[in-house]
Ligand binder design. Sequence first.
Ligand code: C2E
Ligand code: MG
Ligand code: MG
Length: 531
Amino acid sequence: MITQRLLSLAFASADVLLEVDGDGRVDLAIGAGPVAELDPGTAWVDRQLSEILGKASRVVVTKALADLAPGIRSSPIDVLVCCDDNRVRRACLRAFRLPELAPAVSCALTYEGAAFDLVVPSASPLLDIQGLVNRVRLALEAGQASDEIAFAFVNVPGLTSAADAVNERVGARVEAVLQAASIDGSSVARLTPEQFALLRKSDDDNDLAEEVREAGAAEGVTLQPTSTNATMGSGLASGLVVRALRVALQACIEDGGLKPDAVFTKSLAHTLTEAERFSTMVRGRDFTLHFQPIIDLGTGNVNHFEALTRFGNQGPAATVAMAEDLGLIQGLDLAVIEKALAQMRRAGSGLIKIAVNMSGASLANDDYINAVLRMTQRTPEIRSRLLVEVTETAAVGDLESANRRLGALRSKGIKVCLDDFGVGAASFEYLQKLQADTVKVDGSYIRDLVTDERLRIMVSHLVELCRSLKVSTIAEMIENEAQLDTVRDLGIDMGQGFLFGRPAPEPVSTPYGAAASAAVARRQGEVQDWG
Ligand code: C2E
Ligand code: MG
Ligand code: MG
């Protein structure tokens, strides 16, 4: 009776009781197996204890048993118990050596969780940032609300430090766990070797870190992962959020720290705030235009003005770059045209001609073209005084469609200029595929033209090529006489730069050089040729 009562007490805190002899052999095993099919009494007796444990548990357990002082119970040891069918089950082992029974050791095993497969599951390949962001775009486009998707960031320190073979298996296991936890089973990206980002449902509150820890334990490796969640907020449009996400994930990679969720959330909020600020500014027309003269190098007269955006007192370069990145530039480009047209229509402006900048991204659809034609519909004659400078030609994806759109402008009398034109191979492709009236040679070339003979030769061929194609040329950023002489010698038609005049709040038609004295006699408002 006493034996049964002791046994009952023992089973109150253990699933299986084992007695191991001095050589580590199991003498006695009673209780439940790790899986129903396995009876410890028959399967484990006479086998080495180490044989029934997972590889990584063996060393720890053997050492713990050897160090065990009689009458003292060991601390709990996390082990994996083999199920003899490739599965393992996590368990906690406690050992006790009764002095009267020494060297035998009594062990109690308590199982934790269900048995799982030791074969490394194969998972979908990991994504890069762009791939992950595309998943978000697809989900949003499929009608998922932005606040239903969360980003989980999982750091797994030490993941890549184990020996190669183990490392590979642990890595595969961790990946499989993360993929299984992701929104569609395949939305995990690797940010750094030991840091992952995945998309989850925002109401998924499973403990990812614990799942990853178990994946490591399955290979006998102790991982100490951390997992944090970040949400995107509600009501976000896919175009903007996708770009903002890319920026935020990139920020996480660059930061490389242990708080990717904080970096992510901060970056995302910052980008979205900036975007909102920009859109409000454009909507409220809260910017001004400055006008810089472009001089006909043959006569010294002002041929036209370039309209350059000013946000307060600041130059536009950083804001324009951000708006291009976030896909918001078209709104600005159209608002600029609106202001430029208002300037041209203003009494006292004469018949000045104005060039506006348009980002190549605006050529991706018909919206920009249609809007420009609509804005000039009632006064179509104004179109012949308008020139569109295509900046960021690299952002033009489909050159053929872009050319068709530029053709629509040109057929209505609006001139087209390729801005920031270079001497590289890509430029020749643009020139071949995008029919333009004018090419503006990039300021960086003009700067070096005086001293760099090879560059002069290349630019002179470009000018010749343009002339053959009946395309006029402008040199920008001419700052001194030496540069002016050089571009004149090269046969460039028009010039722009601080030498002739800085961008100013009003278009000022001050001619340059010899033309300046003759200008007094000139009637203002005469429409010149575009050159
Ligand atoms: P961009 O179209 O190539 O404009 C010429 C830039 O060179 C202007 O800078 C102008 O102020 C500057 N510049 C002119 N002459 C000289 C010179 O002699 N020396 C030097 N160092 N610089 C000179 P800004 O106004 O800061 O504009 C920068 C860029 O921002 C523009 O380059 C254009 O790409 C973009 N941008 C300006 N306004 C708009 C706009 O309304 N829409 C778009 N999409 N882009 C714009
Ligand atoms: Mg320009
Ligand atoms: Mg430029």
